[in-house]
Design a binder for this molecule. Structure first.
Ligand code: NAG
Ligand code: NAG
Ligand code: NAG
Ligand code: NAG
Ligand code: NAG
Ligand code: NAG
Ligand code: NAG
Length: 446
């Protein structure tokens, strides 16, 4: 995740509203069994984030997978580890992951790294023993790499894996599923160096180059790409006119938005004019400041179907209306809905990107990130790139929405271009509960 822990905030919501995520419906094509090969793993998902099991020093940890940061940390004393004598800290908007940098044997997805560097964080309120986070971002953004003065020993887990066997293809793939009516948990899969066999045609998708920052600001490097020119198609079927404000990103067309791919960020972040174009004409639309969301959010009616499509590398990626309109249920059983594509909040405003493609966006694609020559110390000179396989079929998604939000009765044609005179004050009433949840969980990752 980026320095702002949005997933914490949403996890609070998810927690207070347990069970309500079950309103999602899986698309049939996603329900195939996942490969059981050694370099493939399923993901556990809870509290609005996706986790994978790793072993460090012989102990098992459930770590959040995060393409938006570049460091591994775990909570609790790791057995059979060595102290490097240095320490590192990662500042998040709410809290800090800080502690000694140690090394221990890492096992992940069938790969073994004998002396992987990580931060050992004290067990705390929000960091239960046996949990942690694995940063899957580029080495240049790693604090441990910095702390170990850029020595190969401080490289990220994926760099270590790719460097120890140069014939392993340098890519990671991630599939994030949303739960259906009965599934209790989000699921998904992650692979290193191979693709899920049922979606192997991802390798035929356009290769979207990673936007590589100037070396002076390489610490801010993420897996960023540029969308096509005016590459977000709004609910009216027309491209939303956008202007990039990512002045420190590599030169790109002013109508192309720069987007960070972030499996650790729950709510996608978009420029406020994009959020307005997506939601302002939806039923009940009301821009509301919600403290636990760290900023504004568009509250909309639960039965408002919002359609949007992203265009990247000439390929269209339709977004599921259940991802664009999130439903939560408060303790009184009332449903509250909001536009999950949030106007960028303060912590998500930087000069190197315009958009964060977080979980509610990533559930619509199968993702491949090829690390290319970001792998420190290899002789590979390929440029890093990203590929996406579209996973949302608009007709099936529409049917899901009608089934789950409209009790099977398709009234969406009357919604097109409808006004925005929603009931006022709805969210304010329920705010208190959400705020309380956020306060309780604000220490989730320290
Ligand atoms: C992770 O480990 C726990 C405990 O051993 C197990 O219940 C869970 O299914 C594992 N998750 C995955 C994705 O393998
Ligand atoms: C390196 O990776 C290749 C391809 O994944 C595999 O065939 C080979 O056995 C690996 N070599 C070692 C020493 O692990
Ligand atoms: C939902 O997921 C569960 C567990 O994966 C599966 O058993 C069930 O058949 C699915 N239901 C639907 C309606 O797809
Ligand atoms: C990829 O393969 C899947 C399964 O074979 C198929 O349903 C899908 O249409 C293919 N997608 C593309 C973009 O070729
Ligand atoms: C563009 O970025 C600058 C500096 O980061 C900021 O001051 C300005 O408000 C931004 N403009 C918009 C429209 O977001
Ligand atoms: C959303 O898209 C679906 C599929 O293309 C369409 O059937 C539905 O009418 C659209 N909904 C609205 C509100 O435009
Ligand atoms: C989810 O969050 C709640 C509240 O912060 C916490 O009590 C619970 O242990 C978390 N669940 C998992 C599986 O981490």
């Amino acid at each position: 995740m980026l320095p702002l822990m949005s997933s914490i905030i949403l996890s609070a919501l998810f927690h207070t509203t347990q069970g309500t995520l079950a309103t999602y419906v899986d698309l049939p094509r996603r329900s195939g069994p996942l490969s059981a090969r050694s370099s493939t793993s399923g993901l556990d998902a809870f509290n609005g984030s996706y986790h994978i099991n790793i072993t460090l020093g012989g102990n098992q940890y459930s770590v959040l997978i995060d393409t938006g940061s570049s460091d591994l940390w775990v909570a609790g004393a790791v057995p059979q580890s060595e102290d490097t004598g240095t320490s590192a800290s990662i500042q998040y908007a709410v809290g800090l992951a800080e502690g000694p940098v140690k090394t221990a044997q890492l096992e992940i997805l069938g790969f073994t790294v004998p002396d992987q560097a990580f931060i050992e964080v004290p067990v705390g309120n929000g960091a239960p023993d046996g949990t942690g986070l694995i940063g899957l971002g580029p080495n240049t953004g790693s604090h441990i790499h910095d702390a170990l003065i850029d020595l190969p020993a401080g490289d990220t887990p994926l760099d270590r894996i790719f460097r120890q066997n140069l014939t392993t293809p340098n890519y990671l793939t991630v599939l994030l599923n949303r739960p259906n009516d009965t599934a209790e948990k989000y699921t998904g899969a992650m692979t290193i160096g191979e693709v899920l066999p049922q979606y192997s045609n991802i390798t035929n998708q356009p290769k979207v180059p990673v936007s590589v920052l100037d070396s002076i600001i390489s610490q801010s490097q993420h897996w960023s790409i540029v969308l096509d020119s005016n590459g977000i198609v709004g609910p009216d079927g027309k491209a939303i006119k956008v202007t990039s404000n990512a002045t420190d990103a590599p030169i790109h067309d002013v109508n192309q938005l720069v987007a960070v791919i972030d499996t650790g960020f729950t709510l996608p972040q978009v420029p406020s004019e994009v959020a307005r174009a997506l939601y302002s004409s939806a039923k009940g639309a009301q821009l509301t400041n919600v403290q636990s969301f760290n900023g504004d959010i568009w509250v909309i009616d639960c039965d408002a179907e919002v359609n949007a499509t992203f265009v990247i590398g000439g390929q269209s990626y339709p977004i599921h209306p259940l991802d664009l309109n999130h439903q939560v249920t408060d303790n009184d059983g009332n449903n509250i809905c909001f536009g999950a594509f949030q106007p960028r909040i303060a912590g998500a405003r930087e000069s190197t990107y315009d958009v964060i493609l977080g979980m509610a966006w990533l559930t619509n694609v199968y993702l491949l990130i090829d690390y290319g020559d970001f792998v420190d110390g290899t002789t590979k000179t390929d440029d890093p790139y990203v590929q996406f396989l579209p996973m949302t079929d608009p007709a099936a998604a529409h049917a899901d929405f009608v089934a789950t939000r409209l009790s099977g009765k398709d009234t969406t044609s009357s919604q097109r271009n409808s006004g925005s005179d929603g009931p006022k004050g709805l969210f304010e009433t329920h705010n208190i509960l959400i705020l309380a949840g956020a306060a309780a969980a604000s220490a989730l990752l320290l």
